[in-house]
Every structure is written in C-alpha cells, then in structure tokens.
Design a protein around this ligand. Structure first.
Ligand code: HGY
Ligand code: MN
Ligand code: MN
Length: 424
C-alpha cells in the first residue's frame, strides 16, 4: 500500500465510527434486562456475524471464516510483497455469557476492526499484514476458549463430539445447523510461526484501574483456569414417605459442596477462586428426593501447581461429602488452561504507546480467562485493559466510558502498527 494521508505515527482511530459500530452490535441479542443473549452459534450470534461481515464489506475488507468459526479480516490492498508474511493479529470475541455485558469481547473486536480500517483507508506502509480476528465461543458455551484452543492445540474428534452446550444441545448438531462440520473443525490448528504476534484489547472486568485512576492496564499475565462438573449420585425417593435418616439425597450433598468451596480456595491461596455457576438436580420435581445432582465448578489461580492443588481439594472435599451422605460421586473435568505470561516486548510497546498518548498505565494480572492465553502458546502476545466502571462485568451493568474505549483503541492501533513495522 502506498503512503497517503496521515503517517503511521500520527494515526488515530475514528472514535465516532467505532462507537456507532458498538451501539449497533450491542442491539443484536439484547434482552429485556439490557444484557445479551448471544451464545456462540446461536441465531443471535449468527446475526452478529452477518452484521460484522457487512461492516467489513462496507470498509472494503475481506473476510475468511475458518473451520471452527473463527473469523479473520484482512485488507485486499496489502502489498503483494508482504501479503504472505505471518500477520499481526488483533481481536477478541463477540459471544457473550447468558445475560452478559456489551463490552466483554466486542470492544476488542470492533477496536481491532477500526484499527484495520484506519490502516487500510490511509494506505499505511507496513512490513507485514495486520488482521482483525474474532475467536469463536470464547465464553465456553461448548468449551472454554473454544476457537483459540482449536488454533493453538486442536481438538480430537471425540472431544468435539462430546461437547454439550449450556442448553444441553450437542456442539456437533448446533454447529452443523450453522454450516459447520467436525471435519472442518479438526483442521484449523495453526503451524508454529503462522502468526507473528497477537494483541487483544479488553475491559479489565475488575476495579483496579478505576481505583488507581489510570486509563490503561498492561496485562502481565493471565490466570490458569480449570473447570468441569461434579455429579453426586444418590437415590430418588418419595418426598413424603422417606424418613430423613434413610435418604440418599443428592441435593444435600451439592449444597454441602457449595458451602465447602470457600475453604477449599482459602486453603490453596488468597488468589484462588472457585465458582459454581450451574446446579442441576434430577429428576427435578418438588416431591421427589433428587437421585442425582450436578454442580459445575470453575476454578482459577495464577500458578499452575496451585491450580492442581485447587482441583485436588475440590475432588477431596466432594469425596468426603459423598461418603458422609452415603452417595457416590463422579468428576468430569476439562483439560486445564495454563497460566500465561504476556510477552515482555509487547508489554513494553503497549506501555510506550500509553505514555506517548499521555495516558496513565500500570501492569495488571488478569483474573479473567482470555483467548490471548491460548494465542500466547503460539505467538508473542499482549493484552491491553481499559477500566470497567464499578469493576462490574458478566452482567447487564457492565460499562466503560467512551473516552476509555477511544484511549484503548488508539493504544491498540499504535501497538499493532509498531508490531507490523518491526520484528519483535
Ligand atoms: O471466564 C472468563 O474468564 C472469560 O470471560 N471467558
Ligand atoms: Mn467473559
Ligand atoms: Mn472476554
């Protein structure tokens, strides 16, 4: 691309256009609560993807969707001499947790689109391509960080065929209904070196930047996370005729586990967290003693060994509860996602970009999981945080000031241009 218009060093994003995009996308899948109902591969997700493809077409950008639903956007005006080089990726996700907020994911996707648009429309001369990326199913409706896990490590056919959504649907069937196939999903793993570097702009989803009155968080590392389902198996019986002392009530064991979890976390460290977001009992009738109870556990800790201790603690306390109530217990835990230090070189680029724009910044660990922790296993990776108002996230109250959106997007732009002009 020839050098026209603004130079790379003075380039800024078009904040009005970015905010307009954001306001349009947040309407797709919006619930009466103000939160989002936009699970991956749902009709709302499909509508959001179509809207996004339209915005890319409006900007003259080309779009490719890979075999598991990740989307890559590139500029067709790229200099043929560099078109084949490993690109710099900037992106995030557009799927949401149930009743989720509007910023978690879309901020990073739309800011990355805006960066690519500005580079494309100004014809900025780069040494390698910049691409905008949407990672599929980051929120784990089927598997936590699904799309980036497929890119980084790949899934087996058995793993894909065993995936079940929050609504009990089979991934394979839902994915087929939107035109996907297991065959295609098996073939997306990236070769080493396929991506030069990745950067993700994301809301902090916590209170620290707001408390510190800082505009930019330079992420130092991302927490290790594990999860799965603990199933207590007892005996369904009549709610009226079965004496309390003769019961094998699975729901009582589930309740005992919920109450025990804070102590399990505290026994590992102050940073360890455990959450049970879904509890299901069978058969699910008020006058039947539950014969089985499923409790999901999401557990996290910045250190991989501490995460192992956390998982062992959950298993240990579950087994002792089962023994106490005369039940059996089964565990179905996924492959833990390793903690991920962010690339030092990219951290330095991000902090220099923040300072260059007169923004206060500090280094922050991420307690939230992100696709970047997968991407960091195959390419140098960095993350930029902007403040979350009140530290709220994963709820309709999730919010970030437009000034912070603009600051974050400009720091993202400076960072991707720096990465695309110099090797790390
Ligand atoms: O769960 C997480 O930390 C992320 O929002 N997927
Ligand atoms: Mn999230
Ligand atoms: Mn997210």
């Amino acid at each position: 691309m020839g050098q026209t218009g603004e130079s790379a060093s003075s380039l800024s994003i078009n904040a009005e256009r970015l905010i307009s995009d954001f306001e349009e996308l947040r309407q797709i899948g919006r619930l009466p609560t103000g939160g989002l109902g936009r699970a991956s591969f749902s009709p709302a997700d499909g509508e959001a993807r179509e809207w996004f493809f339209g915005r890319c077409a409006d900007a003259g950008l080309t779009v490719r969707t890979d075999g598991i639903g990740n989307i890559m956007v590139s500029s067709p005006a790229i200099d043929p001499a560099i078109a084949g080089l490993a690109p710099v990726w900037a992106g995030s996700h557009i799927d949401a947790v149930p009743n989720g907020g509007a910023f978690d994911g879309p901020l990073g996707v739309l800011a990355a689109l805006e960066c690519l648009r500005r580079i494309h429309e100004e014809g900025i001369q780069l040494e390698r391509p910049v691409q905008c990326v949407i990672y599929a199913d980051e929120e784990g409706n089927y598997s936590h960080l699904l799309g980036s896990s497929a890119l980084a490590r790949g899934f087996t056919r058995e793993e894909l065929e065993s995936m079940t959504g929050r609504d009990g649907d089979q991934f394979v069937e839902t994915f087929a209904a939107v035109g996907g196939s297991v065959e295609d999903a098996l073939g997306v793993t990236l070769a080493p070196g396929a991506v030069h570097a990745t950067v993700e702009l994301h809301i902090e989803q916590g209170p620290l930047l707001e408390q510190r009155n800082e505009q930019i968080g330079v992420v130092s590392g991302i927490v290790a996370l594990g999860g799965g389902v603990v199933t207590f198996l007892g005996r369904a019986d009549h709610a009226g005729t079965t004496p309390m002392r003769l019961r094998k009530d699975a729901s009582i064991a589930a309740g005992a586990l919920l109450v025990a979890l804070p102590a399990v976390a505290a026994a590992v460290s102050e940073r360890a967290v455990v959450t049970s977001g879904i509890i299901a009992v069978e058969p699910g009738a008020s006058n039947v003693i539950p014969g089985s109870a499923q409790v999901t556990v999401d557990f996290r800790e910045p250190d991989a060994e501490a995460l192992e201790a956390l998982e062992a603690g959950i298993i240990r306390v579950s087994e002792s509860i089962a023994a106490e109530y005369g039940l059996t217990v089964e565990f179905d835990f996924g492959v833990p996602i390793a903690p991920s230090p962010m690339d030092e070189g990219i951290r330095a680029i991000i902090s220099a970009a923040a300072e260059g724009r007169g923004l206060a910044w500090s280094a922050l660990p991420s307690g939230a999981g992100h696709d970047s922790q997968n991407m960091a296993t195959i390419a140098p990776t960095g993350m930029i945080f902007v403040p979350s108002i009140g530290g709220r996230s994963h709820c309709p109250e999730e919010n970030t000031a437009w000034a912070d959106v603009e600051n974050g997007a400009n720091v993202l732009l400076d960072t991707v241009i720096h990465l695309a002009r110099r090797s790390l």
